[in-house]
Design a protein around this ligand. Structure first.
Ligand code: NDP
Length: 313
C-alpha cells in the first residue's frame, strides 16, 4: 500500500481564501478591517520566523496587523499592563503572545490576562472550558487545523478509534477533545503509557504530537490507518536524513542547501507503507496552524461586530 498524502498546503490555501471573503464582507458591510496584534519578545529565531509568517498571512488576507516588540527585560507587570491596554482597545480583535516568553515573565499569568474574546490562540481557561463543554469559542489553532484537514479530506471520524500520542495543553489534549466531539472513541497516550505500539495499533486515526523525530514507526501503525503527524523536528545530521528519507534525492538536496531539514514525529517510510492517508512534514498540519489563526482573528471580529449590532438595535 502507498498512503495518500493529505495536502495541508492546499487545505490551508482553501481556508485562507474563505477567510479573505469574510474579511471582504466585514469591510463591505461594516467598513471594518479585523486587526491582529502580535507581541514578540526576545530574539528566538524560530519565534521570529513564526511571527513573520503570521504577519505575512494577515497582509495577504486584508487583516490589519501590528507587531509589538517590547524589550527582553520586560517584567510580568509591564507585560500585564500592555495586555490590559490591548484588551481595552476597541480596534483590536486578536492578541497573540508569541511563546516562549523570557524566563522572568510569568507566562501563565500573562496568558490568563488576555481577554478571552481576543484570545486567538485559544489558550485562555475560558476558551479551554468552552472546548471541553463543546460550546462555541476560539479553538487552539493546530488542533483545529487537524480537524479541518480530516474534514476537508473526507475522512470519517464518527465511530472511529482515535489514538493521540501526546497530552500537551496546546496540541494533544485539545485534539483529543475535538475528536471526541466528532464522536470518535479516543485514547490519549503519553510517555508513561505501557506498550505504546499496541495502543497505537488500535487506531483508525493515529495522531502524533510528541516532539521526537520519526518515533512512530511500523510497529505503531495499523495497516490502513489514517496518520496525522503534528510533529516538527529539525534534522541536522546527514545520517538521520538518509535514515528517514532513504533514496529521496530531493530531500537530501534540501538538506545540503539549508544544512537541515524537517521531519515529523512519524517515520515517513513506515507511514507511506502502512497508512491509508498521511500528512507529510512539511506541508501537512503545519500550514493549517496559521490558516486557523487567521480564521480565529476574523471570527473574533465578526462576533464583536455582531454583538455591537445587536446591542445597538
Ligand atoms: P510537548 O513537549 O508539550 O508534549 C509532548 C508530549 O509527548 C507529552 O505529552 C509527552 O508525554 C509525550 N511524549 C514524549 N515522549 C514520549 C514517548 N517516548 N512516548 C510517548 N509519549 C511521549 O510538545 P507539544 O505538544 O507542544 O508539541 C508536540 C509536537 O508538535 C512537537 O514536535 C512540536 O514541534 C509540534 N507542534 C507543531 C505545531 C504545528 O503547527 N504543526 C504546533 C505546535 C507543536 P508526557 O506528558 O508524559 O511527558
Amino acid at each position: 500500500m502507498s498512503a495518500k498524502l493529505l495536502d495541508g498546503t492546499k487545505v490551508g490555501a482553501q481556508i485562507r481564501s474563505e477567510v479573505a471573503l469574510r474579511v471582504r464582507d466585514l469591510q463591505q458591510r461594516h467598513g471594518y478591517a479585523p486587526t491582529l496584534v502580535v507581541i514578540l519578545i526576545g530574539d528566538n529565531p524560530a519565534s521570529q520566523v513564526y511571527v513573520r509568517s503570521k504577519i505575512k498571512a494577515c497582509e495577504e488576507l486584508g487583516i490589519r496587523s501590528e507587531k509589538l516588540t517590547p524589550p527582553a527585560s520586560i517584567t510580568t507587570g509591564e507585560l500585564l499592563a500592555l495586555v490590559a491596554e490591548l484588551n481595552a482597545r476597541s480596534d483590536v480583535d486578536g492578541i497573540l503572545i508569541q511563546l516562549p516568553l523570557p524566563k522572568q515573565v510569568d507566562t501563565k499569568r500573562v496568558l490568563m490576562a488576555v481577554d478571552p474574546s481576543k484570545d486567538v490562540d485559544g489558550f485562555h481557561p475560558v476558551n479551554v472550558g468552552n472546548l471541553v463543554s463543546n460550546n462555541p469559542g476560539l479553538l487552539p489553532c493546530t488542533p483545529a487545523g487537524v480537524i479541518e484537514i480530516l474534514k476537508r479530506s473526507d475522512i470519517p471520524v464518527s465511530g472511529k478509534e482515535a489514538v493521540i500520542v501526546g497530552r500537551s495543553d496546546i496540541v494533544g489534549k485539545p485534539v483529543a477533545l475535538l475528536l471526541l466531539h466528532q464522536n470518535a472513541t479516543v485514547t490519549i497516550a503519553h510517555s508513561r503509557t505501557p506498550d505504546l505500539p499496541a495502543v497505537c495499533r488500535r487506531a483508525d486515526i493515529l495522531v502524533a504530537a510528541i516532539g521526537r523525530p520519526g518515533m512512530i514507526s511500523k510497529e505503531h501503525i495499523r495497516p490502513g490507518a489514517v496518520v496525522i503527524d503534528v510533529g516538527i523536528n529539525r534534522l541536522t545530521e546527514r545520517a538521520e536524513v538518509e535514515r528517514f528519507f532513504p533514496g529521496d534525492a530531493k530531500r537530501l538536496a534540501d538538506f545540503e542547501k539549508r544544512g537541515s531539514t524537517l521531519v515529523g514525529d512519524v517515520d515517513p517510510v513506515a507511514a507511506m507503507e502502512l497508512a491509508s492517508a498521511f500528512t507529510p512534514v512539511p506541508g501537512g498540519v503545519g500550514p493549517l496552524t496559521i490558516a486557523m489563526l487567521m480564521s480565529n482573528t476574523v471570527a473574533a471580529a465578526e462576533k464583536r461586530i455582531q454583538t455591537e449590532v445587536e446591542v445597538g438595535s
